[in-house]
Write a protein of this length. Structure first.
Length: 278
């Protein structure tokens, strides 16, 4: 049963979502639009998203940065996702969280204040670069909210070391004719969810996953259907993607690179290998 303060925060989140994300035509840039949308709900953001943003712990569990490695989360918001890393890794890894939204970054700085090697940076995920290549980059329900999402993916690829890993968990919908091996969502799913989430600036489409697959021939994908708060019986499509950069072509047919199984790039016209429930 919700306590009064919990109900207040829940209502603040729902009210912001009902109002929706301010549009570009309203004259605000991305950072100001994010602040206007998230400032009223920042205190209750994590509690509500625990019931909405599924698969985050599972994605982190699939990432295996080396001892002493550098992990970057682009669009990291409140820093909640970094807590899915095992506690013993908080001292041996270096973490950098990048986001544009001031109210969410305030939550992140408070949350990570005692982490010895965590840095919170206010910057654009499509353009910020570290001083040196990193071991792992991940997006958690961020790509669907980034306007320049291709540039953000390209930026993530550019900052990765050879053999480094990119992880993504996010909402999406398939095309009417998805690549072989991926789910085909029905017409209702393909039309309803983009409109439902689009009100809050979350853009569901097949393009982001398609582009990830094209940038990372060596990848694994898992597709799921996830619950949505206050919509009983409804399920939204979610994918978990882990790709490895620049795996040498002469590797064994199936090998491992920093904990993720990889397959060689297929011949032209043949879909890359994938697994999961799709």
């Amino acid at each position: 049963m919700f306590r009064p303060e919990t109900l207040t925060r829940e209502w603040q989140v729902l009210r912001s979502m009902l109002r929706g994300m301010p549009r570009e035509r309203d004259g605000a840039d991305a950072a100001l639009r994010l602040e206007a949308f998230y400032a009223p709900q920042a205190a209750g953001y994590d509690a509500f998203r625990e019931r909405l943003l599924h698969g985050r712990a599972d994605l982190v569990a699939r990432l295996d940065p080396p001892h002493g490695g550098h992990v970057v989360e682009l669009g990291g918001g409140t820093g909640r996702n970094l807590e899915f890393f095992p506690s013993e890794r908080r001292t041996d890894l270096r973490f950098t969280l990048v986001d544009l939204c001031t109210p969410l970054l305030a939550q992140a700085r408070q949350r990570l204040r005692d982490w010895p090697h965590a840095h919170v940076i206010q910057a654009d995920a499509a353009s910020w670069r570290p001083d040196a290549p990193v071991d792992c980059v991940f997006f958690s329900y961020a790509l669907t909210m980034i306007d320049a999402w291709r540039a953000a993916i390209d930026n993530a690829v550019a900052m990765l070391k050879p053999g480094g890993m990119l992880g993504v968990v996010d909402f999406y919908v398939s095309s009417a004719n998805p690549p072989e091996g991926l789910r085909r969502h029905g017409a209702f799913v393909r039309h309803f969810w983009p409109r439902w989430f689009g009100h809050d600036g979350v853009r569901l489409d097949p393009g982001r996953l398609d582009y990830l697959m094209s940038r990372f021939p060596h990848h694994r994908i898992e597709e799921r259907m996830a619950k949505v708060p206050y919509l009983p019986g409804m399920r939204v499509p979610v994918y978990l993607f882990v790709g490895t950069k620049d795996v040498p072509a002469d590797r064994a047919e199936y090998g491992t690179c920093r904990g993720v199984s990889v397959a060689p790039a297929p011949p032209p016209g043949v879909p890359a290998g994938r697994d999961g429930s799709g």
